[in-house]
Design a protein around this ligand. Structure first.
Ligand code: ADP
Length: 745
């Protein structure tokens, strides 16, 4: 294959630019000629100047832009065979052999149809004399690869689609803002979010915002008179002291009979029956706007690179594929299969088979729905008579991480709803030594879903020696049956210490579980930790601003990020901002690296580069410090460029948790309560850490932790994201053959 084309189509989604950049640059790097088709299928049907060759530089400086720089459109003509005939003609004129489609299910359906009709359409063009036999001979097949660009996350073929995470960011920014005004005036807000056939955004934003009621298409309220049920729940909420009330409605929400539920209707019900002062906010296109989140930039970048891998290795006669992501693994799915499964959900909803619709969405969607239904309750369920009532303690450990409060809120409510007593330990393990333990009730965690910092308090103290005796005494006094630790590496060490001493201290002979919460993402038994996504977004928005500050000068920035000895934030930050270089402790930094990089920067600035960006981990190398690097680059750069350093510091630990961190924290917390209940009921004193591994939530026994950790550097021995280094390097600086094509990051 020599020549491919890429286009964006249908509703725009943040991250489309990152995908485009990755497709173009990885394609060029592979020796392909890459064309962009402007304005989606319209451009394909029109042809001419709408189909243009792309250079390395053409897709520079676009990672942070929302929308799509090559335009998107809805095209009626392409829905007809005549339109597709013109499109094929144009593709043949440009000798395009492969297509990368970035769009939603409509756009991908269009591509699937085009592929199926390809031979017939080419033949028709030959028969009508518009295309020569020779040209047709060369165009026997068309390879098609799709990337799902859809803020609704409504398609099979990827756990999450390009744009959905950013849309959640926009929704959560709005709901956080609304919550504070609603609380001040004791108002009720009805918020409509996008999702005509898919309740993903509504459900996840309800989970992340701590909303009080949610209505989604896949699972309409289970009673006809749902209005009474909702009002009763909200009234209870007011009675127990909720100041702000929020109802989230997916735009495609219906009742059990398929009748649309509008925000107007919900507002009227609340006003008429509860006398509430209700306001409607329709978020609309705000959800498609703004800068893409760090997650969407990196997801789309990986998918773009994978699309090139797929298209260059697939049989051009073979079935079209979709590239997607499951957990952190890239996947390829047959496009027709993904489309059929997507349609099956819509069909199930249309046929009012709601249980089937929910089941088809997958286990984690259904589980999230159950969790949200519990969390929104004003009061817990009455415990079953045979329910064993446990006393569970929650403690933090390690530095603060956004999302800690979210995890505690979910654990408290789920635990209480199951009849248990939940005890909060103030000030981490130091507080456990001092007996700072208090009962947390349903309302004591109200409003914690989106609160940054750590309400219970956290620090890095690890108990030793006589501390253990004091802790054992408090655990016994409080009759604690199990412990949930939400925190980072020192929290894990503390739990390992208690668990390891259970033969000496009977009080420690109870189940304990660790929930990973640290911005560093350096913990065992999980590919991700709560807080890392928020920190990454803080880095990305800071670097976006730093880059903008340098518009008029030739300047290089050296940005230092946190992570302790773990380079996750540095590498993922580099990937999301298009940094030309990144330095990690894991990979080491040598003088030779620095000399090579200086030379590369000099060459680039000599040939038109105006802005350079280097991201380094705080402990990448103690001798070659950030300051040393700055002076080295400054001295060697001479008049070509000047250098500034930016140490981002604690802004990375602060801020309100991102939607991803809130959702992740909630899901993990629920499973931690499951673990403790099960272990206690089975009379085990097992210890575990919970985490996400290849898309699934799993438990790792504490016994396995020592084998997985590099204790000296407090990070796991194996870190999946290290495999992303080549992509980050390839995409940010042009290889030797493309140096004439511009240097924008
Ligand atoms: P999205 O891709 O975001 O789902 P649309 O459903 O509007 O957005 O589809 C975008 C474009 O894809 C349409 O304007 C049309 O050109 C093309 N398309 C959608 N469905 C089909 C179809 N069934 N057959 C041919 N082309 C289609």
């Amino acid at each position: 294959m020599k020549r491919i084309a890429v286009f964006t189509s249908g509703g725009d989604a943040q991250g489309m630019n990152a995908a485009l950049r990755a497709v173009v640059r990885t394609g060029l790097e592979r020796g392909l000629e890459v064309f962009a088709i402007y304005e989606g299928y319209s451009g394909m049907v029109e042809g001419g100047s709408r189909i243009k060759p792309m250079t390395w530089g053409d897709v520079g400086g676009i990672l942070h832009l929302g929308g799509t720089i090559i335009g998107s459109a809805r095209c009626k003509e392409f829905r007809e065979r005549a339109g597709r005939l013109r499109a094929v003609h144009n593709l043949l004129l440009h000798e395009i052999e492969g297509l990368v489609v970035i769009g939603g299910d409509g756009s991908l359906t269009g591509a699937d149809i085009l592929k199926r009709e390809w031979t017939g359409l080419v033949q028709e063009l030959v028969e009508t004399g518009r295309v020569s036999k020779n040209a047709a001979e060369r165009a026997k097949s068309l390879a098609v690869v799709g990337i799902i660009g859809s803020i609704d996350n409504d398609m099979f073929g990827s756990d999450i689609t390009t744009g959905a995470d950013t849309a959640l960011h926009r929704i959560i920014e709005a709901t956080d803002a609304i919550s504070s005004t609603a609380a001040s005036h004791q108002r009720t807000f009805v918020v409509e979010v996008m999702g005509r056939h898919c309740g993903y955004l509504a459900l996840m934003s309800a989970m992340a915002s701590g909303a009080d009621w949610v209505l989604i298409p896949e699972s309409p309220p289970d009673v006809d008179d749902w209005e009474s049920k909702m009002c009763e729940a909200l009234l209870h909420g007011r009675e127990v002291g909720r100041r702000d009330i929020m109802v989230i409605v997916a735009e495609g929400a219906t009742d059990r009979n398929g009748k649309e539920i509008t925000t107007e209707h919900v507002k009227k019900v609340l006003e008429d029956r509860l006398g509430e002062d209700a306001r409607i906010t329709v978020l609309g296109h705000v959800q498609r706007g703004g800068a893409p989140s760090a997650f969407d930039r990196n997801l789309s970048t990986m998918l773009g690179a994978e699309a090139i891998e797929a298209i260059t290795s697939m049989d051009p006669n073979g079935e079209p594929l979709i590239v997607g992501m499951q957990g952190n693994k890239l996947t390829r799915t047959r496009l027709d299969v993904a489309l059929a499964k997507t349609k099956a959900v819509a069909d199930a909803v249309a046929a009012k088979n709601f249980d089937e619709a929910l089941a088809l969405r997958g286990q984690s969607f259904a589980e999230s729905f159950r969790v949200v239904r519990t969390l929104v309750r004003a009061l817990p369920h009455e415990p079953a008579p045979d329910q064993r009532r446990l006393r569970l303690a929650i403690v933090h450990g390690g530095g603060p991480a956004p999302g800690m409060n979210t995890a505690v809120r979910a654990a408290v409510r789920i635990g209480i709803d199951r009849g248990h007593t939940i005890l909060g330990v103030r000030n981490a393990f130091r507080g456990l030594v001092n007996g700072e333990i208090e009962e947390l009730n349903w309302m004591s965690v109200n409003g914690w879903a989106g609160r940054g910092g750590s309400e219970l308090g956290t620090n890095r103290a690890v108990p030793k020696g006589r501390d253990l005796y004091a802790i054992a005494r408090h655990l016994e006094e409080q009759k604690i049956d199990g412990i949930l630790m939400v925190g980072g590496w020192s929290g894990y060490q503390s739990i390992l210490e208690l668990h390891g001493q259970r033969h000496n201290y009977p009080a420690f002979d109870i189940p304990m579980i660790c929930l990973p919460a640290t911005i560093n993402n350096n913990l065992p038994g999980t590919e991700l930790s709560v807080g890392a996504d928020t920190a990454l977004n803080s880095i990305v928005s800071a670097v976006d601003k730093i880059k903008q500050s340098a518009v008029a000068s030739q300047r290089a920035f050296i940005v230092e990020v946190m992570g302790y000895y773990c380079g996750y934030l540095a590498l993922m930050g580099a990937l999301a901002t298009g940094a030309e270089r990144f330095y990690l402790h894991e990979a080491g930094v040598t003088m030779r690296d620095l000399v090579e990089d200086v030379e590369e920067f000099k060459h680039a600035f000599q040939h038109g580069k105006r802005l350079g960006l280097i991201i380094r981990n705080e402990k990448a190398n103690e001798v070659y410090s950030t300051h040393f690097m700055r002076t080295l680059f400054e001295e060697e750069g001479g008049d070509l460029f000047d250098v500034r350093e930016a140490i981002l510091g604690h802004l990375q630990q602060g801020g309100t948790p991102s939607p991803f961190d809130r959702i992740f924290a909630t899901r993990l917390a629920v499973r931690c309560i499951d673990f403790l209940e099960q272990a206690i009921n089975n009379r085990e004193s097992s210890g575990a850490c919970i985490g996400q591994i290849q898309g699934d939530i799993r438990y790792t026994s504490l016994e396995d932790v020592p084998r997985q950790m590099d204790y000296q550097h407090s990070r796991p021995l194996k870190q999946w994201w290290m495999d992303l280094r080549p992509i980050a390097r390839v995409l940010a600086l042009p290889g030797p053959s493309m140096r004439g094509q511009g240097y924008r990051g």
